[in-house]
Design a protein around this ligand. Structure first.
Ligand SMILES: Cc1cc2nc3c(=O)[nH]c(=O)nc-3n(C[C@H](O)[C@H](O)[C@H](O)COP(=O)(O)OP(=O)(O)OC[C@H]3O[C@@H](n4cnc5c(N)ncnc54)[C@H](O)[C@@H]3O)c2cc1C
Length: 337
């Protein structure tokens, strides 16, 4: 399958004015005109905008149709300007991290996909005898932060060995493993809300729960402040080695995937339920429930989002029928279905 080539938007002046009211219905009624206007406004402000960017390039599943518009913001002021422009037109925006927990539809995303570029990949350290206070950019890879903090003798993130994606996405998902989760070490978040305003959110305003966080307002996380305790280097190294060994033993390798497809229901394991339903190894098109761990769906090559969705539906119905348990997807559905 040859992916469409991304194109740059023309730097023509704004073709239509932002709608005064009912912005979202305007976006629905004239999507092409609104897209052109938003693209032109962004380009005129100096932002590099890509049209029809294939999202399969940005997801660990290697699946996903094009985003109408795509921007990788280089700074907080640029991010603010981008969000203000989209907001003025009522144009839908999706925030993309590392794309490791997403199932993007084959039709792609009608709207603007915003990612954070390299300047959001930074860590500021303040180390003391009893631990460290860190300010971490949202584009920092989770795995790298784990190895850096462990190397610095700081405890609290060692559970995250092997979790791909960015810190921003990890926060939104309250990523966790082996009894740990990132929410426990967060003291505050920096973000830009949909209207383009900067917000600082203390921990009390972040509703961390199992594999989710409830931001009080829709916003792009730009940085996070973490508090980590001083740890014993040997104990931390052993925890990381143990996490790595467990992943090596149980998780599929070699085929693109998005990690666990379903959340574990209370008191049960989604993988075991899928296996008991006889679906381990079940295949639809080029998507397959992994032979190694049934809660992973792997892309054998050219899987479509529709194939993955079909398997998700199949498992949901089978587990409901056989066990009366409602499986809830952990992976997030994105785009036009
Ligand atoms: C092999 C493999 C193993 C995995 N193992 C684990 C595991 O052990 N534990 C676990 O919890 N997860 C696991 N995952 C899932 C995934 O890696 C995590 O959920 C990860 O934290 C998602 O981060 P991301 O940057 O890829 O986010 P994305 O997938 O890009 O996005 C996830 C959500 O966060 C939002 N988002 C992303 N960035 C931002 C931002 N800056 N501001 C606001 N919203 C944002 C997106 O809109 C989306 O709703 C695994 C995935 C894979 C492929």
């Amino acid at each position: 399958m040859s992916a469409p080539r991304p194109s740059m938007v023309p730097t023509t002046p704004m073709a239509i004015a932002p709608p005064a009211a009912s912005a979202s219905s305007a976006a629905r009624a004239v999507p092409e005109a609104v897209r052109d206007a938003v693209a032109a406004a962004l380009a005129a402000a100096g932002t590099r905008v890509r049209r029809d960017e294939p999202l399969a390039r940005h997801t660990s599943f290697r699946i996903g149709g094009p985003a109408d518009l795509f921007v990788a913001a280089m700074s907080v002021p640029e991010l603010q300007a981008v969000l203000r422009a989209a907001h003025a037109y009522g144009y839908p925006v999706f925030f993309l991290g590392g794309g490791t927990n997403l199932l993007v539809s084959d039709r792609g995303v009608r709207g603007l996909v915003v990612a954070l570029a390299k300047p959001f990949d930074f860590v500021e350290w303040e180390l003391g005898g009893d631990g460290g206070a860190l300010r971490v950019g949202a584009a920092v890879p989770f795995k790298r932060l784990v190895s850096q903090t462990v190397a610095a003798g700081l405890a609290g993130l060692e559970f995250g060995e092997g979790i791909p994606g960015t810190i921003g996405g990890g926060l939104l998902m309250n990523a966790g493993a082996f009894g740990g989760e990132i929410g426990r070490v967060v003291t505050a978040l920096e973000a830009v809300d949909e209207g383009g305003e900067r917000v600082l959110l203390p921990r009390e305003r972040l509703g961390f729960a199992y594999r989710r966080m409830a931001l009080p307002t829709r916003a792009v996380i730009t940085a996070v402040c973490l508090r980590l305790a001083r740890g014993d280097a040997a104990v931390l190294a052993a925890a990381v080695a143990d996490a790595k060994a467990r992943r090596d033993r149980h998780q599929p390798k070699g085929h693109p995937n998005a990690g666990s497809i379903f959340k574990n229901p209370p008191g049960a394991f989604a993988g075991r339920l899928i296996e008991e339903a006889g679906l381990k190894g079940a295949r639809l098109g080029e998507a397959m429930f992994s032979e190694r761990h049934a809660n992973f769906i792997v892309n054998l090559g050219r899987a479509r989002a529709a194939d993955v969705q079909g398997l998700i539906d199949l498992a949901t119905r089978a587990v409901r029928r056989q066990r009366g348990i409602e499986l809830e997807p952990e992976v997030r559905f994105v785009g036009e279905w």
